[in-house]
Design a protein around this ligand. Structure first.
Ligand code: DP6
Length: 347
């Protein structure tokens, strides 16, 4: 008999960024962060987990976009181990359950967007991996409990366990048991929110976020200021903006936090540059769209890569998307417009 579970998890794009670890093994962050989970129809990972006694002796395996991928990495192993431990607990409490925890896992996973292009593929990837195995094992864990496991795969993955507007609370315990994600508002609380992804480059990024943030923590003085005062202030303002559906406030915090994060990258020694000339043109385009409209209609943000994500409200879709296509036509590889926050909870 083959046991199988399939799930999808959407990409999330942070508006208050996670950058810095206090524990690199458990992916415990130096600051809380907040993101918007994008709709699954646009950017998502689709994952199927199977296990069977017929695979006995074969070892765990992972197929990513059709290619065999390494499962021996510490992060993947941490997720497998945590999920198996929970299944073992379930099996010992219910002896009639099939013994799945000891069987090899086969994971098949596919992204509908470029992997490792700074499009948060690891976030959707680990969220889907954890959810698929949790479903396969019929674990009773809540999404926040599963976010603790997804976090060990990739920090930002803990936020993709939820739809809508999601906070990752940094926590302060050494074992990470309070460093988890929670939904601050469902997508339906602010359904007019949209995002457009400007794919400046689909090439694999230069400095991985894992190594980039370690270098920043070790060398940037500006980073200390960011985690002490800038981020706590941005978290409070962002949660208030979402609660009030105040787009101008949401946009200002989003742009300031992205700028602050990239400033700490530039302050890293040697410096890290994720944004390029096309990224900077996108910043100018957003500024000119807002100036022309006489109010804030668009907000940019950049992760650990050159691609821009621009948030706007549905009523301003014409102004925002129209201006982008005329200003940035050349130099942008492609784009995805009209992405909305995910309405469903991924987990
Ligand atoms: C800039 O979650 O990819 O996108 O925990 O090492 O896997 P690891 O890092 P990762 O970092 C994401 C950084 C970011 C900001 C964010 O998503 O909050």
């Amino acid at each position: 008999k083959v046991y199988r579970a399939t799930t999808t998890a959407p990409v999330n794009i942070a508006v208050v960024k996670y950058w810095g670890k206090r524990d690199a093994k458990l992916n415990l962050p130096t600051n809380s962060s907040l993101s918007v989970t994008l709709s699954q129809s646009d950017l998502r990972t689709l994952t199927t987990a199977t296990c069977s006694a017929a695979y006995a002796g074969q070892g765990d395996s992972l197929l990513l976009n059709g290619e065999a991928s390494d499962v021996s990495g510490a992060r993947t192993q941490a997720c497998f181990r945590a999920l198996r431990e929970r299944r073992i607990a379930l099996e010992s409490a219910n002896p009639s359950l099939p013994k799945l925890a000891g069987l090899p896992l086969r994971i098949v996973t596919e992204n509908n967007f470029p992997t490792a292009a700074g499009l948060a593929s690891s976030a959707a990837g680990f969220a889907a991996l954890v959810r698929a195995i949790a479903d396969l094992y019929e674990l009773p864990d809540t999404p926040s409990q599963l976010s603790l496991i997804a976090r060990q795969g990739s920090g930002s993955a803990c936020r993709s366990v939820f739809g809508g507007y999601v906070a990752w609370r940094m926590g302060d315990k050494a074992d990470g048991s309070d460093s988890l994600a929670e939904q601050v508002a469902p997508a339906s609380a602010w359904p007019e929110m949209r995002a457009v992804v400007l794919v400046v480059s689909a090439a694999k990024k230069g400095v991985s976020s894992t190594s980039g943030m370690q270098q920043t923590v070790a060398t940037s003085g500006l980073f200390q200021e960011r985690i002490r005062t800038v981020v706590p202030d941005n978290m409070a303002k962002m949660e208030a903006a979402i609660a009030a559906q105040d787009f101008a406030a949401f946009a200002e915090v989003t742009m300031r936090d992205s700028n602050s994060f990239h400033a700490t990258c530039a302050d890293t020694y040697p410096p890290i540059f994720y944004m390029n000339d096309v990224s900077r043109a996108a910043v100018r385009a957003v500024e000119s769209i807002n100036a022309k409209a006489g109010r804030t209609v668009a907000a940019y943000t950049f992760d650990a890569g050159p691609n821009a994500v621009v948030y706007y409200l549905e009523k301003d879709a014409g102004i925002v998307l129209g201006t982008f296509s005329s200003i940035l036509g050349a130099g942008v590889d492609g784009w995805k417009g009209g992405v909305s926050p995910s309405t469903e909870q991924a987990a």
